[in-house]
Design a protein. Structure first.
Length: 416
């Protein structure tokens, strides 16, 4: 774990600082609240827990701790049963808040006030990055932002999302930044396929492109604006402008604006290619569905972890709300990591007993396990001072066949 510490950088002047950090992570990650938690945890006070959470934890340090957990999880052989870290899925879930704060809005989808916890979840089930955003914000603008802010060793090049991820500017910016955006596709009747030229016709799929001579890509516009598009992409990559800010401007900008028109045109090209890939590649469709199912399962799992205060985010400060989401993601990732270690240990025992382990069977096991976790009661802290034994990341199982199954579609993606 990243070394948590006061903002001054000095050594923490706490009795058993590591133990206090573990307790605070549990308390804030479960959304229990410091004073309620102190009633169930011996040896700590609500004031102490609140002080440590406010003075020793920052958004930056929480991001570092999350990245360290992601790195540790990636080194476990068992994680290879679920993916290789090259793909991630992005999705949001509604979080209840009090109405009288800056980020709270009434959600049209959910019909109640709150915000959105927006997660980027790796194909290995663990969360790479988390945002807390207002309900009224177009979620798709954060698809790329989370990938760029992810500082872990797991750097996915493919990102899946729900239907909102189909915006032309999002497709364009993802492509310019080297990401392969492949959202789950719905409402096919409303989508348009674009031809490379007015004279282009297709033998079997021409009906997808509508009336001949229409819906044609303006390659001249792309060529004339290409240098400017690349400058914008480099600015986003270097952090001069955030991807969310850029995409908000492109979405609300005038359609007569040359930059908007060029982004839209590149997006039309990329989305048409992706739609054709989606139609022609059944394994790809299964992977997209599996990835989006994982992030939706993570949303449910993280909310199960954050059971305190009936799931309502009590803080009205936007920074504290963001920290609350990151505490929850950190604790959820810790449980996922622990579950992965337990699964690996059981597999080792089965191997020692002579069982033959099929990697495809392990691929169907999720680390989002809850049956062995008791959320309620009095929480014991007497084991915090015990140094745990070093865990074994190795597992004598060959996961190569799982990766070989993905090669045909991966090759198609590179060709596209």
């Amino acid at each position: 774990m990243a070394p948590l510490r006061p903002p001054s950088g000095n050594e923490p002047k706490l009795t058993d600082p590591l133990g206090r950090y573990v307790i605070v992570t549990f308390v804030k990650g479960t959304n229990m609240g410091p004073y309620e938690a102190a009633r169930h945890i011996p040896g700590v006070s609500g004031h102490e827990l609140s002080y440590v959470a406010n003075k020793h934890f920052s958004i930056v340090l929480l991001n570092e701790a999350i990245a360290d957990l992601v790195n540790a999880h990636a080194r476990l052989d068992i994680s290879q049963a679920w993916g290789d870290g090259t793909a991630a899925a992005a999705d949001g879930t509604h979080m209840d808040t009090y109405l009288d704060n800056l980020l709270s809005e009434t959600s049209v989808r959910y019909g109640k006030p709150g915000g959105i916890a927006y997660h980027h979840v790796s194909d290995t089930y663990i969360a790479l990055f988390t945002h807390f955003i207002p309900c009224g914000v177009w979620e798709a603008v954060y698809i790329i932002e989370g990938l760029l802010k992810n500082t872990s060793e797991v750097q996915p090049t493919t990102v899946h999302a729900d239907t909102q991820g189909q915006s032309f500017p999002v497709f364009a910016l993802a492509h310019l930044l080297g990401f392969d955006l492949m959202p789950r596709i719905r409402n096919w009747k409303e989508l348009t396929f674009y031809r490379p030229s007015k004279t282009t016709e297709y033998v079997h799929i021409d009906a997808l492109f509508g009336e001949p001579g229409k819906h044609v890509i303006d390659w001249g516009l792309i060529e004339s604006q290409f240098r400017h598009l690349m400058r914008v992409a480099v600015s986003v990559r270097e952090g001069t402008i955030s991807s969310s800010t850029l995409l908000k401007r492109l979405r609300s900008g005038s359609r007569k604006n040359a930059t908007y028109a060029a982004f839209r045109e590149v997006g039309r090209v990329i989305r048409t290619v992706q739609l054709l890939r989606y139609l022609s590649d059944a394994p790809l469709r299964r992977r997209v569905t599996a990835a989006t199912n994982k992030v939706e399962s993570f949303n449910r799992f993280s909310q199960w972890i954050g059971f305190g205060n009936r799931g309502v985010i009590a803080d009205n400060d936007p920074i504290e709300q963001e920290k609350a989401m990151k505490f929850n993601a950190l604790l959820t990732n810790a449980v996922i990591f622990h579950n992965a270690l337990d699964i690996a240990e059981i597999v080792r025992q089965l191997l020692e007993e002579g069982w033959e382990i099929d990697p495809e069977d392990l691929a169907h096991i999720s680390p989002y396990l809850t049956e062995h976790v008791n959320r309620f009661g009095e929480y014991s802290t007497h084991e915090l001072g015990i140094q745990p034994e070093a865990y074994d990341p190795k597992l004598d199982v060959d996961f190569t066949p799982l990766r070989e199954q993905d090669l045909p579609a991966a090759g198609l993606g590179q060709a596209a």
